[in-house]
Design a protein around this ligand. Structure first.
Ligand SMILES: *Cc1c(COP(=O)(O)O)cnc(C)c1O
Length: 229
Protein backbone atom coordinates (compact mmCIF):
# COMPACT_ATOMS: atom_id res chain seq x y z
CA UNK A 1 0.00 0.00 0.00
CA UNK A 2 3.09 2.17 0.22
CA UNK A 3 3.10 2.44 -3.54
CA UNK A 4 -0.37 4.05 -3.51
CA UNK A 5 1.03 7.01 -1.58
CA UNK A 6 3.95 7.20 -4.01
CA UNK A 7 1.70 6.94 -7.03
CA UNK A 8 -0.54 9.67 -5.67
CA UNK A 9 2.42 11.96 -5.08
CA UNK A 10 3.63 11.33 -8.64
CA UNK A 11 0.18 12.01 -10.11
CA UNK A 12 -0.16 15.23 -8.12
CA UNK A 13 3.22 16.35 -9.41
CA UNK A 14 2.19 15.61 -13.00
CA UNK A 15 -1.02 17.59 -12.45
CA UNK A 16 0.97 20.56 -11.19
CA UNK A 17 3.36 20.42 -14.13
CA UNK A 18 0.52 20.18 -16.64
CA UNK A 19 -1.28 23.07 -14.93
CA UNK A 20 1.85 25.19 -15.12
CA UNK A 21 2.16 24.45 -18.85
CA UNK A 22 -1.52 25.26 -19.36
CA UNK A 23 -1.33 28.45 -17.29
CA UNK A 24 -3.86 27.11 -14.80
CA UNK A 25 -3.86 26.86 -11.03
CA UNK A 26 -3.68 23.27 -9.66
CA UNK A 27 -6.67 24.01 -7.38
CA UNK A 28 -8.82 24.30 -10.52
CA UNK A 29 -8.38 20.58 -11.19
CA UNK A 30 -9.96 18.13 -8.76
CA UNK A 31 -8.43 14.69 -8.58
CA UNK A 32 -10.95 11.88 -8.24
CA UNK A 33 -9.28 8.59 -7.35
CA UNK A 34 -11.12 5.81 -9.16
CA UNK A 35 -11.16 2.84 -6.81
CA UNK A 36 -13.38 0.44 -8.75
CA UNK A 37 -12.34 -3.22 -8.36
CA UNK A 38 -9.87 -2.15 -5.64
CA UNK A 39 -10.20 -2.98 -1.96
CA UNK A 40 -11.36 -0.80 0.91
CA UNK A 41 -7.80 -1.19 2.24
CA UNK A 42 -6.49 0.48 -0.92
CA UNK A 43 -9.01 3.33 -0.56
CA UNK A 44 -7.97 3.74 3.06
CA UNK A 45 -4.30 3.95 2.03
CA UNK A 46 -5.10 6.67 -0.50
CA UNK A 47 -7.12 8.54 2.10
CA UNK A 48 -4.22 8.41 4.52
CA UNK A 49 -2.05 9.86 1.77
CA UNK A 50 -4.37 12.86 1.61
CA UNK A 51 -6.86 11.83 -1.09
CA UNK A 52 -10.43 12.81 -0.20
CA UNK A 53 -12.53 12.25 -3.34
CA UNK A 54 -13.14 8.82 -4.81
CA UNK A 55 -14.96 7.47 -7.84
CA UNK A 56 -16.84 4.19 -8.20
CA UNK A 57 -18.46 2.65 -11.26
CA UNK A 58 -20.49 -0.33 -10.03
CA UNK A 59 -23.43 0.07 -7.67
CA UNK A 60 -22.99 -3.16 -5.71
CA UNK A 61 -19.30 -2.64 -5.18
CA UNK A 62 -19.85 0.99 -4.20
CA UNK A 63 -22.43 0.03 -1.55
CA UNK A 64 -20.07 -2.59 -0.13
CA UNK A 65 -17.29 -0.02 0.19
CA UNK A 66 -19.66 2.44 1.88
CA UNK A 67 -20.41 -0.19 4.51
CA UNK A 68 -16.84 -1.31 4.98
CA UNK A 69 -15.72 -0.71 8.58
CA UNK A 70 -12.33 0.53 7.32
CA UNK A 71 -14.03 3.43 5.56
CA UNK A 72 -17.28 3.95 7.41
CA UNK A 73 -15.95 6.65 9.72
CA UNK A 74 -13.87 8.54 7.19
CA UNK A 75 -14.99 11.92 5.86
CA UNK A 76 -14.43 11.08 2.21
CA UNK A 77 -16.66 11.97 -0.68
CA UNK A 78 -17.83 9.63 -3.42
CA UNK A 79 -18.54 10.29 -7.06
CA UNK A 80 -20.54 7.80 -9.06
CA UNK A 81 -18.79 7.71 -12.44
CA UNK A 82 -20.21 4.56 -14.02
CA UNK A 83 -23.14 4.19 -16.34
CA UNK A 84 -26.30 4.35 -14.28
CA UNK A 85 -29.63 2.88 -15.32
CA UNK A 86 -32.89 4.23 -13.94
CA UNK A 87 -33.49 1.15 -11.81
CA UNK A 88 -30.20 1.67 -9.95
CA UNK A 89 -30.69 5.36 -9.17
CA UNK A 90 -32.55 4.61 -5.96
CA UNK A 91 -29.48 2.87 -4.53
CA UNK A 92 -27.04 5.74 -4.98
CA UNK A 93 -29.23 8.83 -4.55
CA UNK A 94 -28.18 10.72 -1.44
CA UNK A 95 -24.93 8.77 -1.04
CA UNK A 96 -22.68 10.54 -3.50
CA UNK A 97 -21.38 14.08 -4.00
CA UNK A 98 -22.02 13.90 -7.73
CA UNK A 99 -23.31 11.52 -10.38
CA UNK A 100 -21.24 11.77 -13.56
CA UNK A 101 -22.74 9.37 -16.08
CA UNK A 102 -26.34 10.38 -16.78
CA UNK A 103 -27.06 9.97 -20.48
CA UNK A 104 -30.83 9.90 -20.75
CA UNK A 105 -33.58 12.31 -19.76
CA UNK A 106 -35.54 9.37 -18.35
CA UNK A 107 -32.66 8.64 -15.94
CA UNK A 108 -32.55 12.30 -14.90
CA UNK A 109 -36.31 12.11 -14.27
CA UNK A 110 -35.81 9.15 -11.96
CA UNK A 111 -32.97 10.99 -10.22
CA UNK A 112 -35.23 14.00 -9.70
CA UNK A 113 -37.98 11.82 -8.28
CA UNK A 114 -35.61 10.28 -5.73
CA UNK A 115 -34.11 13.65 -4.81
CA UNK A 116 -37.60 14.99 -4.09
CA UNK A 117 -38.39 11.92 -1.96
CA UNK A 118 -35.20 12.42 0.07
CA UNK A 119 -35.77 16.18 0.28
CA UNK A 120 -32.28 16.87 -1.12
CA UNK A 121 -30.66 18.46 -4.17
CA UNK A 122 -28.49 16.16 -6.27
CA UNK A 123 -25.65 17.41 -8.48
CA UNK A 124 -25.10 15.55 -11.72
CA UNK A 125 -23.32 15.69 -15.07
CA UNK A 126 -24.55 14.65 -18.48
CA UNK A 127 -22.30 12.18 -20.28
CA UNK A 128 -21.59 13.19 -23.86
CA UNK A 129 -20.29 10.84 -26.53
CA UNK A 130 -17.88 13.26 -28.22
CA UNK A 131 -15.82 10.41 -29.69
CA UNK A 132 -18.99 9.17 -31.42
CA UNK A 133 -17.94 5.57 -30.90
CA UNK A 134 -21.09 3.49 -31.07
CA UNK A 135 -19.80 1.25 -28.26
CA UNK A 136 -19.86 4.15 -25.82
CA UNK A 137 -22.57 5.58 -23.66
CA UNK A 138 -23.36 9.25 -23.82
CA UNK A 139 -25.60 11.76 -25.48
CA UNK A 140 -24.85 12.75 -29.05
CA UNK A 141 -23.53 16.36 -29.00
CA UNK A 142 -26.24 17.27 -31.54
CA UNK A 143 -29.06 16.44 -29.12
CA UNK A 144 -27.32 17.68 -25.98
CA UNK A 145 -29.10 21.03 -25.69
CA UNK A 146 -32.54 19.42 -26.03
CA UNK A 147 -31.70 16.83 -23.36
CA UNK A 148 -30.27 19.47 -21.02
CA UNK A 149 -33.32 21.70 -21.46
CA UNK A 150 -35.53 18.82 -20.34
CA UNK A 151 -33.27 18.36 -17.28
CA UNK A 152 -33.44 22.06 -16.35
CA UNK A 153 -37.18 21.74 -15.71
CA UNK A 154 -36.81 18.85 -13.23
CA UNK A 155 -36.97 19.65 -9.51
CA UNK A 156 -34.20 18.94 -6.96
CA UNK A 157 -31.48 18.05 -9.45
CA UNK A 158 -28.78 20.42 -10.62
CA UNK A 159 -26.91 19.97 -13.85
CA UNK A 160 -23.35 21.02 -13.02
CA UNK A 161 -21.56 20.23 -16.28
CA UNK A 162 -20.51 17.52 -18.69
CA UNK A 163 -18.54 14.30 -18.63
CA UNK A 164 -16.91 12.21 -21.32
CA UNK A 165 -14.64 9.24 -21.92
CA UNK A 166 -12.31 10.03 -24.82
CA UNK A 167 -10.81 7.92 -27.59
CA UNK A 168 -7.67 5.92 -26.70
CA UNK A 169 -5.36 8.02 -28.89
CA UNK A 170 -4.23 11.06 -26.82
CA UNK A 171 -4.15 13.58 -29.69
CA UNK A 172 -7.64 12.51 -30.74
CA UNK A 173 -8.64 12.68 -27.07
CA UNK A 174 -7.43 16.26 -26.87
CA UNK A 175 -9.70 17.31 -29.75
CA UNK A 176 -12.60 15.59 -28.02
CA UNK A 177 -11.89 17.38 -24.75
CA UNK A 178 -11.89 20.68 -26.64
CA UNK A 179 -15.24 19.76 -28.12
CA UNK A 180 -16.69 18.95 -24.70
CA UNK A 181 -15.53 22.34 -23.45
CA UNK A 182 -17.28 23.99 -26.42
CA UNK A 183 -20.42 21.96 -25.70
CA UNK A 184 -20.43 23.34 -22.14
CA UNK A 185 -20.00 26.92 -23.38
CA UNK A 186 -22.91 26.44 -25.79
CA UNK A 187 -25.07 24.98 -23.08
CA UNK A 188 -24.58 28.04 -20.89
CA UNK A 189 -26.63 30.03 -23.41
CA UNK A 190 -29.59 27.68 -22.90
CA UNK A 191 -29.29 27.37 -19.11
CA UNK A 192 -31.53 29.21 -16.65
CA UNK A 193 -28.59 29.25 -14.16
CA UNK A 194 -25.43 29.26 -16.29
CA UNK A 195 -23.27 29.91 -13.23
CA UNK A 196 -24.04 26.34 -12.08
CA UNK A 197 -22.43 24.87 -15.20
CA UNK A 198 -18.85 24.85 -13.96
CA UNK A 199 -17.70 21.25 -14.33
CA UNK A 200 -15.92 19.31 -17.04
CA UNK A 201 -15.26 15.74 -15.93
CA UNK A 202 -12.69 14.58 -18.45
CA UNK A 203 -9.27 12.95 -18.39
CA UNK A 204 -8.16 9.54 -17.07
CA UNK A 205 -4.74 7.95 -16.38
CA UNK A 206 -3.77 7.98 -20.06
CA UNK A 207 -4.96 11.40 -21.08
CA UNK A 208 -5.35 13.68 -18.06
CA UNK A 209 -2.59 16.02 -19.19
CA UNK A 210 -4.44 16.66 -22.47
CA UNK A 211 -7.62 17.21 -20.46
CA UNK A 212 -5.88 19.78 -18.26
CA UNK A 213 -4.82 21.67 -21.41
CA UNK A 214 -8.46 21.80 -22.49
CA UNK A 215 -9.94 23.01 -19.24
CA UNK A 216 -10.95 19.93 -17.26
CA UNK A 217 -12.12 20.55 -13.70
CA UNK A 218 -12.29 16.90 -12.58
CA UNK A 219 -9.92 14.18 -13.65
CA UNK A 220 -10.82 10.56 -12.88
CA UNK A 221 -7.71 8.51 -12.26
CA UNK A 222 -7.62 4.83 -11.41
CA UNK A 223 -4.67 2.88 -12.82
CA UNK A 224 -2.02 5.54 -12.20
CA UNK A 225 -2.93 5.55 -8.49
CA UNK A 226 -4.04 2.00 -7.67
CA UNK A 227 -2.25 -0.02 -10.36
CA UNK A 228 -3.66 -2.27 -13.06
CA UNK A 229 -7.11 -3.72 -12.67
C1 LIG B 1 -12.33 3.21 -14.76
C2 LIG B 1 -12.71 4.58 -15.10
C3 LIG B 1 -11.79 5.64 -14.98
C4 LIG B 1 -10.33 5.44 -14.56
O1 LIG B 1 -9.60 4.94 -15.62
P1 LIG B 1 -8.01 4.76 -15.53
O2 LIG B 1 -7.60 4.59 -16.93
O3 LIG B 1 -7.77 3.53 -14.70
O4 LIG B 1 -7.44 5.97 -14.91
C5 LIG B 1 -12.22 6.91 -15.26
N1 LIG B 1 -13.49 7.16 -15.66
C6 LIG B 1 -14.40 6.17 -15.80
C7 LIG B 1 -15.78 6.50 -16.23
C8 LIG B 1 -14.03 4.86 -15.52
O5 LIG B 1 -14.95 3.89 -15.67
Amino acid sequence: MESIAENLAAVREQIETACRTAGRRPEEVRLIAVSKTKSATAVRAAWEAGQKEFGESYVQEFLEKLDDPQLAELPLSWHFIGHLQSNKIRQVAGKVAMIHGIDKVSTAEELSKRAVQHGIDIDFLLEVNVSRESSKYGIDPVTLTTAAEACFTLPNIRLRGLMTIASPDPSQARREFAELRECLEQLKHAAPDPHLLTELSMGMSQDFEEAIMEGTTMIRIGTAIFGWR
